[in-house]
Design a binder for this molecule. Structure first.
Ligand code: NAD
Length: 488
């Protein structure tokens, strides 16, 4: 048996409900495929709506004891999980590459990034603080305390199978909440392996429950409608997030929404072009372009646009495409046929409006869902590629003349997750921090994700923040108590 087959065999394939691995109540299973080959890696339980409610039952039952577990102990379990993840980093990396397609080196990067949430929130758990103060009117004291919000439903996307799970699970557990996790059906194996690791780290039964399903809507709706659920945290596309917010409104459910992006990448004429090119390649091609933080619109000053385009094209044309398990691969497959079709359509639309393909531009025929790493220049205003999330390895360049025009173009989107700005002028950099309507910014840098930072967007990119000092507050309720002066 190959290492890959052995690894796949070691991953649980059932639902995790109340500490027990169980089949779906209907006995149904769903196939998990390798996008590089189209082959079925394994079959896993396909949960029914009844299974979803059973998972919520388990989270509700475990909630009181977990909330009462000392924060230090909750933190220590997370820390043990972090340590175990480091020991198994290679296995987790390979598993992600197999089910999602990203190059192994990037999967290792995600193990490091995803693991940091376990470590960071293991440290935050014992620091949940409150306030104690005097009533400004004179008599009485005011106590402000933080309590776990209660059972949470966590829905994650396929593009970062580990990090999107730990970015929610770790703060929820640190805060004292129990959870039901629903990973994307395309990449459920990493979450199942993570759940097994958390149990090994000492997590009590029912604190983390995992349901995998091909019927996300049918399984999620009853959970969201259940009054015992206290929080919904979702990472995924904006249209699905909007639907879920509507459903959550009926129960006035607290929500955190990490949604789509359409990041501008602005290069001013005074930028360090070496730095801008490195930043561009990282911001665009990480995860095969399938990141919410992916630079979507390159807005480059007309004086430096030809040189910037020449340099990125040279690098992109040399990128190695292939199965992510092979050495030296930089671009793996896209997640599915639809993703390839979308990249094709967006490039065709841009070209139809006058853009030029400098390199790549097409799907790669044959096995797997590959698209050539691509650079298009001269993208005209109104092109779909500037409006939609590309979610593929296509670097699209438009130009600007004046600073105000760059700001207008950068903000000309309903999204507001992240922006990237390259300039050597500190005053201009400061102006951009103030002017760009995004929750995050990379100033002369192309990768911003960090467990110690508050990740999240404005506008239709969502609400709430994950990571940083803010992340745990998504899972805490503030309670204020007034009391007479105890020493009077
Ligand atoms: P998606 O919205 O299709 O799916 C996300 C998750 O929601 C999956 O688990 C899916 O099974 C589930 N889902 C789909 N429809 C549902 C429904 N009606 N009810 C309940 N659950 C449902 O998104 P995706 O294709 O998996 O991920 C890509 C998207 O996620 C992109 O738009 C990307 O920008 C976004 N994303 C955002 C962030 C962020 O932090 N802001 C991070 C990663 C990805």
């Amino acid at each position: 048996m190959t290492d890959e087959a052995q690894l796949i065999q070691s991953v649980p394939t059932q639902l995790l409900i109340g500490g027990a691995w169980t089949d779906s109540s209907t006995g149904a299973t769903l196939a998990v495929r390798d996008p590089a080959t189209g082959e079925v890696l394994t079959r896993i339980a396909d949960a029914s709506p009844e299974d979803g409610i059973r998972a919520l039952d388990a989270a509700v039952e475990a909630a009181e004891a977990w909330a009462a577990t000392p924060a230090r102990k909750r933190g220590e379990i997370l820390r043990r999980a972090f340590d175990l993840l480091q020991e198994r980093a290679d296995d987790f990396a390979l598993l992600m590459t197999l089910e999602m397609g990203k190059p192994l080196a990037e999967s290792r990067g995600e193990v490091a990034y995803g693991g940091e949430f376990l470590r960071w929130f293991s440290e935050e758990a014992p620091r949940i603080a409150g306030r104690y103060g005097a009533n400004p009117e004179g008599t009485g004291r005011m106590i402000v305390s933080q309590r776990p919000v209660g059972p949470c439903y966590l829905i994650t996307p396929w593009n970062f199978p580990l990090a999107m799970a730990t970015r929610k699970i770790a703060p929820a557990l640190a805060a004292g909440c129990t959870v039901v996790v629903k990973p994307a059906e395309l990449t459920p194996l990493t979450t199942l392996a993570l759940a097994a690791l958390l149990i090994e780290a000492g997590l009590p039964e029912g604190v983390v429950n995992v349901i995998t399903t091909s019927s996300s809507k049918e399984v999620s709706s009853p959970i969201i409608a259940d009054p015992r659920l206290r929080k919904l945290s979702f990472t995924g596309s904006t249209p699905v997030g909007v639907q879920l917010m509507k459903q959550a409104a009926d129960g006035v459910l607290r929500t955190s929404m990490e949604l789509g992006g359409n990041a501008p990448f602005v290069v001013f004429e005074d930028a360090d072009l070496d730095q801008a090119v490195e930043g561009a390649l990282a911001a665009k091609f990480r995860n095969i372009g399938q990141a919410c933080t992916a630079a979507n619109r390159f807005i480059v000053h007309e004086d430096v646009a030809p040189e910037f385009a020449r340099r990125v094209t040279e690098r992109v044309a040399a990128m190695r495409v292939g199965r992510g398990t092979e050495d030296g691969i930089q671009i793996g497959p896209l997640i599915d046929d639809r993703a390839v079709a979308k990249a094709v359509e967006l490039v065709e639309d841009a070209v139809g409006r006058g853009a030029a393909v400098e390199t790549g531009g097409s799907a790669i025929e044959g096995t797997g869902t590959f698209f050539q790493p691509t650079v298009v220049t001269g993208v005209a205003p109104g092109s779909e590629i500037l409006r939609q999330e590309i979610f593929g390895p296509v670097l699209a360049i438009a130009t600007f003349g004046e600073e105000a025009e760059a700001v207008r173009l950068a903000n000309d989107t309903e999204y507001g997750l992240v922006s990237y700005v390259f300039t050597r002028d500190l005053a201009r950099g400061q102006r951009m921090i103030d002017a760009l309507d995004t929750g995050m910014m990379g100033l002369n840098v192309g990768v911003i994700s960090n467990a110690a930072a508050p990740f999240g967007g404005v506008k239709q990119s969502g609400n709430g923040r994950e990571g940083g000092l803010e992340g745990i507050h998504e899972y805490l309720e503030t309670k204020y108590t007034m009391t007479p002066d105890p020493f009077a």
